[in-house]
Design a protein around this ligand. Structure first.
Ligand code: SAH
Length: 198
């Protein structure tokens, strides 16, 4: 009985996290449509990786949360793991909000350069080049602690990991092509997603 209720709390926290994410992204999503895109790179690999990410971060866990499928991979969750998972998701939303504030009009879903695109290198972009992806990694890890199912728990890591590893090299190449030495200098003084480490 006790395990049941923590399982439910984990599910509720996961849903609140996703809703929180939607609220944070809502305005940038509308605003970004007003700024013209100068360079758009949406080859098949990009659409495929965005789909993999949505599947892993959203759809697969949502199916388990709302239908219980696939129940053969269920496991018990403890209060501690649910609380840790909730804190990880909260940290994710915090970073997510900060990256949207810092990028402003420069943000887009995909690999696009906007008109008058400026390179952001301050604030949350000072030590890492991909803090929004750091935030998504936290979101990807959170279900492992929050949700009592191994498939729902690992889906985000696989789905977002697919997007991350298929995209980050292309993104950096695009930025380097656009900003040249400015981006190369930025690269030498920063890491990708974990300050000082990676
Ligand atoms: N990789 C970044 C941004 C993800 S959003 C992060 O994880 O925080 C993807 C878009 O952001 C890309 O289309 C690119 O044009 C833009 N972008 C990435 N890094 C940027 C930077 N330092 N300054 C301005 N725009 C950036």
């Amino acid at each position: 009985m006790e395990n049941m209720s923590w399982e439910l709390i984990g599910k509720i926290i996961w849903c609140l996290g996703v809703i929180g994410w939607g609220i944070i992204r809502f305005r940038p999503n509308i605003k970004s449509r007003k700024t013209k895109i100068a360079v758009a790179k949406r080859p098949f690999i990009e659409r495929f990786s965005m789909f993999a990410s949505q599947l892993g971060l959203g759809i697969v866990p949502a199916i388990w949360v709302f239908t219980g499928f696939p129940s053969q991979f269920d496991h018990a969750v403890s209060p501690i793991t649910v609380i840790i998972g909730g804190l990880i998701f909260l940290a994710s939303l915090h970073f997510f909000r900060k990256t949207h504030k810092a990028l402003g009009k420069m943000w887009s879903h995909s690999l696009d350069l906007r008109q008058d695109h400026k390179l952001v290198t301050k604030g949350i972009y000072e030590k890492v080049r991909h803090p929004m992806y750091s935030a998504f990694w936290l979101w990807a890890i959170a279900p492992l602690f929050l949700l009592g199912n191994w498939i729902a728990g690992f889906a985000g890591i696989i789905g977002f990991g697919t997007l991350y590893f298929l995209r980050v090299g292309r993104e950096e190449a695009m930025m380097e092509a656009e900003f040249g030495q400015e981006y190369r200098d930025y690269k030498t003084r920063t890491h990708k997603i974990i300050p000082g480490i990676y």
